[in-house]
Design a protein around this ligand. Structure first.
Ligand SMILES: [Zn+2]
Length: 161
């Protein structure tokens, strides 16, 4: 099992995952292409502190500040952390709304918190779009299609149950 698969399975709560597209890395010059090559870019799964440093080095932003800002908008983020659907896209300008990078972490199941957290391990993902908009998604491991924002949607499905 790759590090990314283990992360997505909720087995690496101490780690964070970063996805950076080839295009973004190329446009930023000399950033190293680290991690696992995936469709369109690279995913790096590393311990939290290293991940936050890598994120800051790669994007010039503070990871937690980025995550806080991205929480204001929801949009579908690919369950394999290699793409997303920008909530500002109106359908005919897909190229202007390519994901540039994604930051993600997971939390262990916590029955006391209730809601999603009662159902299982939760993956939190935050994406930055080429248009400048950031957005977030979160889902329960094992219920990827039943929780969070689904493709074509704009709101988490569990909040409309
Ligand atoms: Zn966009």
């Amino acid at each position: 099992m790759s590090q990314l698969d283990a992360f997505l399975a909720g087995e690496r709560h101490e780690d964070v995952a970063l996805y950076l597209t080839d295009q973004y890395l190329d446009s930023q010059g000399k950033l190293p292409k680290l991690g696992e090559a995936v469709e369109g870019g690279y995913v790096l799964v590393v311990p939290g502190d290293d991940g936050r440093q890598a994120f800051a080095a790669g994007t010039g932003m503070d990871a937690m500040e980025f995550a806080r800002g991205a929480m204001e908008e929801t949009g579908h983020i690919s369950r394999s952390l290699d793409g997303g659907e920008c909530p500002a896209a109106d359908g005919d300008d897909a190229a202007a709304h390519e994901v540039e990078f994604i930051f993600a972490f997971s939390e262990a199941q916590n029955e006391e918190v209730g809601g999603l957290y009662e159902r299982g391990d939760v993956v939190h993902a935050y994406a930055h779009c080429a248009c400048g908009v950031s957005y977030s998604d979160k889902w329960v491991v094992g219920e990827e299609a039943a929780t969070g924002v689904q493709p074509g949607g704009s709101e988490p499905v569990e909040s409309t149950e």
